[in-house]
Design a protein around this ligand. Structure first.
Ligand code: NAP
Ligand code: ZN
Ligand code: ZN
Length: 370
């Protein structure tokens, strides 16, 4: 019999006190502009990685949640510190962390925890965790109470299991949007088996849409962009589209009737879905990733004739996010970004609402400290 003292499991009591006074940017109500705030972060536990945030992308979901537009599905708790497209530098690791060390580059996307025991978690689809995944912001925080705070902040502490490796050679500001816009488009393209020779539509050329164009093109598909913005046509072609349709032109739309294998809808606002169902081939699939705040009417006949599928997709799990990052590393794919200082965030939100984004705003987080 061994007389060794069993190792003590870490408890909350063993943890150092949280770090208070962490600089961040967020909103205190649905109608308030974002402004400087201070928040607390937990001290890194044994399995935690602490990052200094270098860049954080600006997703339209940040805007939806800051303004509580998704109230019916996930009400926003204030203060709200958004941001889930995070690239940073590791500044501390807990004693059990194996894959990261101080000084490494690392990334965090939309997920920071899940139950790890349900079927979805076992299958690497933590975003669909039966117990409810913990999202990077506006989710219950099991460590400090209240809600999680995102990447519009100087630092972040995340369990190693949800920290991703950034492939070498990618521009770091351009890599940040891969953590949401990249995986949210990669996952459904992969799930529905998009491949060479297929005709793929991308509706909306914003942050998600422009990543979908790059990825579908890299998968060998024939890519058609549907945009409401005539000023984006040349860019769409440069990004990898083979054809561009102004979606408000009904005659242009009709030319593509019954011809698509797959269409990815990335539109953030209320819009018509039925015209896109008409563009699908028999057995074709329209997947929604855009998340307008109110339901969109769907014609049963549009689905019945041609046995078409209408589906949805939420971000992507941790293993698939790493797979996507590695794919982007191999193919040199990053987002086309407009770098902004944190003080321009409210202006950036107004521009998102006008579809004036080319094609992702990324906050240079060094500007939070100046
Ligand atoms: P974004 O950069 O603002 O792009 C949205 C694009 O939609 C616009 O650039 C515009 O493209 C088009 N659009 C805007 N208003 C429109 C209207 N009234 N009618 C038709 N088209 C319109 O937004 P994003 O960051 O890519 O996000 C897009 C949506 O996906 C948001 O609802 C966001 O919350 C959601 N999202 C979902 C997931 C998920 O897991 N499912 C993850 C991330 C984001 P054109 O100028 O080309 O028309
Ligand atoms: Zn997002
Ligand atoms: Zn789970």
């Amino acid at each position: 019999m061994s007389d060794a003292i069993p190792p003590t499991l870490p408890t909350e009591l063993d943890r150092p006190a949280p770090t208070a006074g962490v600089r961040a940017y967020g909103a205190t109500s649905a109608s308030a502009p974002l402004g400087p705030l201070t928040i607390s972060r937990r001290a890194p536990g044994p399995r935690d990685v602490q990052l200094d945030v270098l860049f954080c992308g600006v997703c339209h979901s940040d805007l939806h949640q800051v303004r509580d537009e998704w109230h019916a599905f996930m009400p926003t708790v204030y203060p709200c510190v958004p941001g889930h497209e995070i690239v940073g530098r590791v500044v501390a690791v807990g004693r059990d962390v194996r894959t990261f060390k101080e000084g490494d580059l690392a990334a965090v996307g939309c997920l920071v925890e899940s139950c790890r025991s349900c079927a979805a978690c076992h299958e690497g689809e933590e975003q669909y965790c039966a117990a409810g995944a913990t999202f990077t912001y506006n989710s219950p925080d099991s460590h400090l109470g209240g809600v999680t705070y995102g990447g519009y902040a100087e630092s972040l502490v995340v369990d190693e299991a949800c920290v991703l490796r950034v492939p070498g050679g990618l521009d770091l500001a351009g890599a940040a949007p891969l953590l949401c816009a990249g995986i949210t488009t990669y996952s459904p393209l992969r799930h529905w088996g998009v491949r060479a020779g297929q005709k793929v539509g991308v509706v909306g050329l914003g942050g998600l849409g422009h990543m979908a164009v790059k990825l579908a093109n890299a998968f060998g598909a024939r890519v058609v962009v549907f945009t409401t913005s005539p000023g984006k046509v040349e860019d769409a072609v440069r990004l990898g589209a083979h054809e561009v349709v102004i979606s408000r032109d009904a005659a242009e739309m009709q030319k593509h009737g019954g011809s698509f294998d797959f269409i990815l809808d990335t539109v953030s606002a209320v819009h018509e879905l039925n015209p896109y169902l008409d563009l699908l081939k028999r057995h074709g699939t329209l997947t929604m990733v855009g998340a307008p705040e109110t339901p969109l009417p769907v014609s049963a006949f549009g689905l019945i004739f041609g046995r078409k599928r209408l589906s949805g997709s939420l971000i992507g799990g941790i293993p698939e996010t790493q797979e996507m990052l590695d794919f982007c590393g191999e193919h040199g794919i990053t987002a086309d970004v407009e770098r902004i200082p944190i003080t321009k965030i409210n202006e950036a939100y107004e521009r998102l609402l006008k579809s004036d984004v080319k094609y992702r705003f990324v906050i240079d987080m060094a500007t939070l400290k100046t």
